[in-house]
Design a protein around this ligand. Structure first.
Ligand SMILES: [Zn+2]
Ligand SMILES: [Zn+2]
Length: 152
């Protein structure tokens, strides 16, 4: 079992800050703008269990594939341009690569409130997919679901 890895989004400049859950990690600092962010790791985090967000203290997370959208867009543009000479075959090739890669991508958990990203989460199966209504209510009206999944 590999250790959980956390990527915090800096509240000031939006940069990603990488941290590992350790007992003495009580705060971290953004490498770009040097803003400090407090951290609150507990025994769950040391075991890779995600129940509380170490950054904002919320309990609402969603899971998704660890997919780099920017890379995907660049690959699509290359394939689209190449399709002029390959009569569309490059697009079919990209679709196949995408299909194979996507299946093998690991799952990550993301905090709705502060956008922190969690990798190697051992209880990832307990975390639901992205929910638009929950996201809107957390982001725009600061609602706290306290870990209860909204489903209807
Ligand atoms: Zn920053
Ligand atoms: Zn959070």
């Amino acid at each position: 079992m590999s250790q959980m890895a956390v990527t915090i989004t800096c509240g000031e400049c939006g940069s990603g800050i990488h941290v590992l859950p350790t007992k003495d990690a009580e705060k971290t600092q953004c490498e770009v703008c040097h803003t400090e962010a407090p951290l609150n790791f507990d025994d769950n985090h040391f075991q890779g269990i995600l129940k509380d967000c170490p950054c904002c203290g919320r309990k609402d997370f969603y899971k998704q594939k660890d997919f780099n959208r920017k890379v995907g867009v660049v690959l699509f543009i290359i394939a689209a341009i190449a399709s002029i000479w390959t009569y569309g075959l490059s697009l079919i090739a990209l679709w196949l690569v995408d299909l194979l890669l996507f299946k093998r991508l690991p799952l990550i958990a993301i905090c709705y409130k502060c956008q922190s990203i969690f990798r190697n989460v051992s209880n990832i199966e307990e975390i639901y997919d992205f929910n638009h209504e929950m996201n809107d209510r957390i982001i725009y009206s600061d609602h706290d679901f306290k870990g209860e999944q909204l489903d209807h």
